[in-house]
Design a protein around this ligand. Structure first.
Ligand SMILES: Nc1nc2c([nH]c(=O)n2[C@H]2C[C@H](O)[C@@H](COP(=O)(O)OP(=O)(O)OP(=O)(O)O)O2)c(=O)[nH]1
Length: 134
């Protein structure tokens, strides 16, 4: 039985575009693209973990939707990632890269121009067919 890694990622929307982040080269899944976020710590809700992670890794404050957008599981060689995603928007600050290699605001139809972490594919597929007004 693989270890279960609970992760939460943000689908941050601005002017119809989605914030996409490229992982660093020294991490697991090097240079693949992901939704910014990270591991949920003991006792945290996904929302609490996401607010903490985004303030730590991108130095931003966000407003999150109350409901979960989607959740998927993917078995990597290092463990089973349970990825929960939540839609939100920037409340203050502009993203500052402290861990990521690069960030891009991509429109839904541009999402597959970058190479995503395998766990994210079903979520990215769903988003690529959507349209965001703000
Ligand atoms: N934040 C985030 N992580 C993702 C996504 N998709 C996906 O497979 N993951 C994986 C990568 C990591 O294994 C884990 C997230 O943990 P983390 O953000 O704390 O990762 P990390 O690179 O600092 O940790 P590590 O795996 O190198 O120990 O979930 C995603 O969209 N967003």
């Amino acid at each position: 039985m693989k270890k279960i890694i609970k992760v939460v990622g943000a689908i941050l929307i601005k002017e119809g575009r989605i914030l996409c982040a490229q992982r660093g080269g020294e991490k697991s899944l090097p240079f693949l693209w992901e939704f910014p976020g990270g591991k949920i710590e003991q006792g945290e809700s996904p929302h609490q973990a996401l607010i903490r992670e985004l303030s730590e890794e991108l130095l931003i404050e966000v407003e999150l939707e109350a409901t979960i957008f989607d959740a998927v599981s993917y078995e990597y060689d290092f463990g089973m990632v349970n990825l929960t995603t939540i839609i939100g928007k920037l409340k203050s600050g502009e993203p500052v890269l402290t861990e990521h290699q690069e960030i891009r605001w991509l429109s839904p139809e541009e999402l597959f121009e970058v190479e995503w972490a395998p766990a994210d594919i079903p979520i990215v597929k769903k988003l690529s067919k959507m349209h965001f007004n703000q």
